[in-house]
Design a binder for this molecule. Structure first.
Ligand code: FES
Ligand code: FES
Length: 158
């Protein structure tokens, strides 16, 4: 069985799985990291959104063979450590605004939100309506209004 090594939430990890297994299943079933959720498996719903080298991506759509040993994968479990706190400011805003309903989509929503704020800042601005309009994460509970408020609140604290 091929061995695949990469950095997961700041630590090197190795998984023995076939090359074509999607990273989402390696994270959830082999490594026991269940923050990234399974919704569609084809890169559409964004429930599995995590970060690769600081950028949002969907591990359900990436075979584990495409992940390099130096790639840094961050899931919602590792998000607070990226700012050296117990909770990331985006997570605090989520709690303060009571965003989640069933909660299933919310780890992906938070990871998308953090990546979007970073992208806007790299472009030299704060996140605005146009950025929020680009977010495609599906929430079957329809919490979109609170998500938008929380992203603005989270960005203002960090
Ligand atoms: S499960 Fe990954 S995008 Fe839907
Ligand atoms: S909170 Fe239920 S799917 Fe989004």
């Amino acid at each position: 069985m091929p061995r695949h090594t990469f950095i997961l939430n700041g630590e090197p990890v190795t998984a023995e799985v076939e090359d074509d297994v999607r990273l989402l299943w390696v994270l959830r079933d082999v490594l026991g990291v269940t923050g990234p959720k399974y919704g569609c498996g084809v890169g559409v719903c964004r429930a599995c959104t995590s970060h690769i080298n600081g950028r949002a991506f969907n591990p359900c759509a990436v075979p584990v063979k495409d992940i390099a040993a130096t790639d840094e994968i961050t899931t919602v479990e590792g998000l607070p450590a990226t700012v050296g706190r117990e909770l990331h400011p985006m997570q605090e805003a989520w709690l303060d605004l009571d965003v989640a309903q069933c909660g299933y989509c919310q780890p992906g929503q938070i990871m998308t939100a953090v990546a979007k704020v970073r992208e806007a800042r790299e472009a030299g601005r704060e996140i605005g309506d146009a950025d929020l309009d680009e977010i495609r994460n599906i929430c079957r509970c329809g919490t979109y209004h609170r998500i938008r408020e929380a992203i603005r609140a989270g960005a203002s604290r960090w």
